[in-house]
Design a protein around this ligand. Structure first.
Ligand code: FAD
Length: 466
C-alpha cells in the first residue's frame, strides 16, 4: 500500500504528559496544525503505569494503615476478609480506561489530529508512522517534538533475571503476592515496598547500600530507611542478586548476598525497580544526528532545543534530570508558547522544583540538600533548622506504633534565604506545595516566621523553627 502523506506545523511524538500538553496548547490556543502520535495508551507513563495507578494503590495502602491505627482511637474495625486485590485492580483499570478516553476527547476538542502508531524518523523534517493496521503515514513537519518518555531498565543479566517483573508489571498483577522481593533504592522501589507492606504482603527490599532514597537529603534517606525497618519491611542492605530460580509452582527463589552473607528467599513476585531508560529504540533517531548524553537522554538547552534546529525534546527522554509529570507538562506548554504563541523567552525554569515520594510516611523535597547547599554556599553561609517530633495523630498510640515526623529548612546568606526544604511525616505530600510557592518567590526564614502558625497541625512546626 502506498504511504499516506500529511503535513503539519507541529508533530508531537509521544502521547504522554509532555507531548499531549504541548500539542494541545499549540493547536487549541495558537491554532497550529498539530499531529500527535502514540503507540501505546494515551496519557503515557503517568496515567497508565505511573503516578495515577500508583497513587490509587497508595491510597488503598493508607486506608489499610488507618484501619490498623483506628483501634488506638477506640474503634473495633476488624477486617473480616483480606484486601480484595482483584476487585481493586479491576476498578483501578476501569478508571484508567476512562482517563484514556478523556485524553482522546481533549485532543479532539483542541483540534489535534491523533494517530495511533509507532513513529520513526526518516530525516530531520520527516517522520514515518506505522499505524495499527500496518498503513504507513509519512508526515512532513515544520517542527517536531520528541516526547517519547522512558521505560523501566531491563532486568540485570543474571540467570533467571527475566523471571522478575518491573514497575509496568506491577500494574498487571491480578492477585496480591503473599511475599515479594523488590530490588532498588529509588523512589519507585520505596513506594512499591511501602504499599505492599501496608497491604499485608511480606516485603523484602534489596538495596545496594545501607540506606535508600540516597539522592535525597540525608535526613530523608536515613529516617525513612529506619522507619521501614521499624514497620517490619525486610531490608537487605549491601545486597546483590546472583540467580533467580523458577520453583514451578508460581514461586521464585532469589539468591542473594547481603550484609548478613549469602542467602535465598522464596517469593511469589520479584520486582526490579533499578532505574529507567529513554524509550528511543523505535525512533530511528540516528538519522537526525540529534545529540544524546552517555545515558541516552536527548541533550537539550533551557528552551528544550536539541542541537537540530527544528527538533525539540522534553520530559523523561531529555537530559534535564527531572522525571516528573508536572515538569513534562510545564515544559511542553512553555515550548508551545514560544514556538507558536509569540513568547520568545517562554521556557521552564528548572530551579526549585518540588517533588514528593509516596512512601510511608510521605516525603516532600524542594531545592538543595544540606550537602549540596554546604558545597554551593560554604559551611559558614548556611544555617540549617531541624525539627523532629511525634505528630499529635499518634498521641493515642503506644510508643512502638508511632511514626516519625522530621523537617529541615536550609537557609543561605545573611538574609537566610530558604534554598532547600525537606520534610517527612504524615501529609508531607500535601504540605510541600504551598511552601514551594513561597520558596520559589524567594522566601527567607523571617518570611516563614512572620506567617502565623495553624494549630494544631504538623506543618506549624515549619513556621516556628528555632
Ligand atoms: C511507577 C512510576 C510512578 C511515578 N510516579 C510519579 C508521581 O507520583 N509523580 C510524578 O510527577 N511523576 C511520576 N512518575 C514519572 C512520570 O510518569 C513521568 O515523568 C512522565 O510520565 C513523563 O512524561 P513524558 O511525556 O516525558 O513521557 P511519557 O508519559 O512516558 O509518554 C511518552 C509516550 O510516548 C510513547 N512513545 C514512545 N515511543 C514512541 C514512538 N516511537 N512512537 C509513538 N509513541 C511513542 C509512549 O508509549 C508513551 O506513551 C512515575 C513514573 C513511574 C514509572
Amino acid at each position: 500500500m502506498a504511504p499516506i502523506h500529511k503535513e503539519c506545523d507541529y508533530l508531537v511524538i509521544g502521547g504522554g504528559s509532555g507531548g499531549l500538553a504541548s500539542a494541545r496548547r499549540a493547536s487549541g490556543m495558537y491554532g497550529a496544525k498539530a499531529i500527535a502520535i502514540e503507540n501505546k495508551r494515551l496519557g503515557g507513563t503517568c496515567v497508565n503505569v505511573g503516578c495515577v495507578p500508583k497513587k490509587i494503590t497508595w491510597s488503598a495502602a493508607s486506608i489499610a494503615e488507618t484501619i490498623k491505627e483506628a483501634k488506638a482511637y477506640g474503634f473495633s474495625v476488624d477486617t473480616t476478609a483480606p484486601f480484595d486485590w482483584p476487585m481493586f485492580k479491576k476498578k483501578r483499570d476501569a478508571y484508567i480506561k476512562r482517563l484514556n478516553g478523556i485524553y482522546e476527547k481533549n485532543l479532539k476538542n483542541d483540534k489535534v489530529e491523533y494517530l495511533h502508531g509507532t513513529a520513526s524518523f526518516v530525516d530531520t523534517h520527516t517522520v514515518k508512522v506505522l499505524l495499527d493496521d500496518n498503513t504507513e503515514v509519512s508526515i512532513k513537519a515544520k517542527k517536531i517534538l520528541v516526547a517519547v518518555g522512558g521505560h523501566p531498565a531491563p532486568a540485570p543479566n543474571i540467570p533467571g533475571g527475566k523471571l522478575g517483573i518491573n514497575s509496568d508489571g506491577f500494574f498487571d498483577l491480578e492477585t496480591q503476592p503473599k511475599k515479594v522481593a523488590i530490588v532498588g533504592a529509588g523512589y519507585i522501589a520505596v513506594e512499591f515496598a511501602g504499599m505492599f507492606h501496608a497491604l499485608g504482603t511480606e516485603t523484602h527490599l534489596f538495596i545496594r547500600h545501607d540506606t535508600f532514597l540516597r539522592t535525597f537529603d540525608p535526613m530523608v534517606s536515613e529516617k525513612v530507611t529506619a522507619e521501614y525497618e521499624r514497620q517490619g519491611v525486610h531490608l537487605h542492605k549491601s545486597s546483590s542478586q546472583s540467580k533467580v530460580e523458577d520453583l514451578g509452582d508460581g514461586r521464585l527463589r532469589v539468591h542473594y548476598t547481603d550484609s548478613n552473607g549469602a542467602g535465598s528467599v522464596e517469593v511469589d513476585t520479584l520486582l526490579w525497580a533499578i532505574g529507567r531508560t529513554p524509550e528511543l529504540e523505535k525512533l530511528n533517531l540516528g538519522v537526525t544526528n540529534v545529540a544524546q548524553n552517555a545515558q541516552g537522554h536527548i541533550k537539550t538547552d533551557d528552551y528544550q532545543n536539541t542541537n537540530v534546529e527544528n527538533i525539540f525534546a522534553l520530559g523523561d527522554v531529555c537530559d534535564r534530570g527531572y522525571e516528573l509529570t508536572p515538569v513534562a507538562i510545564a515544559a511542553g506548554r512553555r515550548l508551545a508558547d514560544r514556538l507558536f504563541g509569540g513568547q520568545a523567552d517562554a521556557h521552564l525554569d528548572y530551579n526549585l522544583i518540588p517533588s514528593v515520594v509516596f512512601s510511608h510516611p510521605t516525603v516532600g523535597s524542594i531545592g538543595l540538600t544540606e550537602p549540596q547547599a554546604r558545597k554551593q554556599y560554604g559551611d559558614e553561609n548556611i544555617k540549617v533548622y531541624n525539627s523532629s517530633f511525634t505528630a499529635m495523630y499518634y498521641s493515642m498510640m503506644e510508643a512502638e506504633e508511632k511514626g516519625p515526623t522530621s523537617y529541615k529548612v536550609i537557609c543561605a546568606g545573611k538574609e537566610e534565604k530558604v534554598v532547600g526544604m525537606h520534610i517527612l511525616g504524615i501529609a508531607s505530600d500535601e504540605i510541600l506545595q504551598g511552601f514551594g510557592v513561597a520558596i520559589k518567590m524567594g522566601a527567607t526564614k523571617a518570611d516563614f516566621d512572620r506567617c502565623v502558625a495553624i494549630h494544631p497541625t504538623s506543618a506549624e512546626e515549619i513556621v516556628t523553627m528555632k
